[in-house]
Ligand binder design. Sequence first.
Ligand code: SAH
Length: 367
Amino acid sequence: MSVTETRINLLDLDEVRLREFFLSIGEKPFRAEQILKWIYHQGVTDFDQMTNLSKDLRQNLERVAVVEPPKVLSEQVSLDGTTKWLIGFGGGNAVETVFIPEPNRGTLCISSQVGCALNCTFCATGAQGFNRNLSTGEIIGQVWLAARALGHERNGKRRITNVVLMGMGEPLLNFDAVTAALSLLRHDLGFGFAAKRVTLSTAGLVPGIDKLRETIDVALAVSLHAPEDTLRETLVPLNKKYPIKELMRSCADYVSDKHKRTVTFEYTLIDGVNDQPEHARKLVKLLRRLPSKLNLIPFNPFPGTRYRCSPDERIRKFQEIVMAGGLIATVRKTRGDDIDAACGQLAGKVLDRTRRSQMFREHMQGN
Ligand code: SAH
């Protein structure tokens, strides 16, 4: 075994565990605060540069620990400024992380698993299968890398203002690593994001939502995609285990527990599948009593899918009906689709997908 393998990666430890770590090596727990500031405020990974630590401690740390972010394998910048990184963890495992700049904010979309086990029928990540969970360090490491690559603060302003767990994977199936990473995102000594600026998106893992409510304060998004069980089962197979009624109970508990919090429901509009006026009306009935927002996402095609995006006119009509019913509904703008960085297109691919998507586009135009 090499020396590195026996050393602990400090990116894997949230504040509580970092204190425990310092105690375990015979140091004062407050060293955790100094280290956190170096890593997350200064972006320093080299113990030698951590000048407020004694030389002895630095040497000791050198022996037992590392601060080792994952590696950027490639970076692509879209015409609209969206940036996508392929981030590698060794052993051929890689995920995609996306930065979406807007005039008044910058959203970083991070991944929680290599692939995904849930097999939602309209999602490119699902089609790719599941490889493994990411560790806390691999999750928070994506934010650390993006912050460095973007120049975290420009003109005194943060470039990343929001973080969403909407990349590859089902975050609630990797609960411990994800919540530790969330705590580093939230903590003042970490990235210091407010609760409403960190969003976890789930396909609807009910026990996970219930546990999240008791663990950490973040914003919740739920991938709904259908107002009734029979249809939802064909899109999100997890619905067979946790049907809509249970999901709604869990969401209602989530918002009742936190002051002034709403759940965001994501609804991908797929041509002829879930985009009819009757679906919109059923959605109104389902959501009108819950403090919630509806995010309508035009379906993003990917190679091999049988689905198509709803026409603009139908999307507009759908939005009209739900808004007339009293829901707050926005249509998510598709960003970065020229670099396959849009919702459901993330695949952490190692193969040349550029050619595959080009073939796919030609195929679609031919029809
Ligand atoms: N597993 C979590 C995190 C993924 S979030 C979840 O399901 O919420 C990614 C969002 O994009 C989800 O709402 C997902 O349902 C949606 N999505 C997946 N594939 C899509 C596609 N091809 N087009 C548009 N949205 C898609």
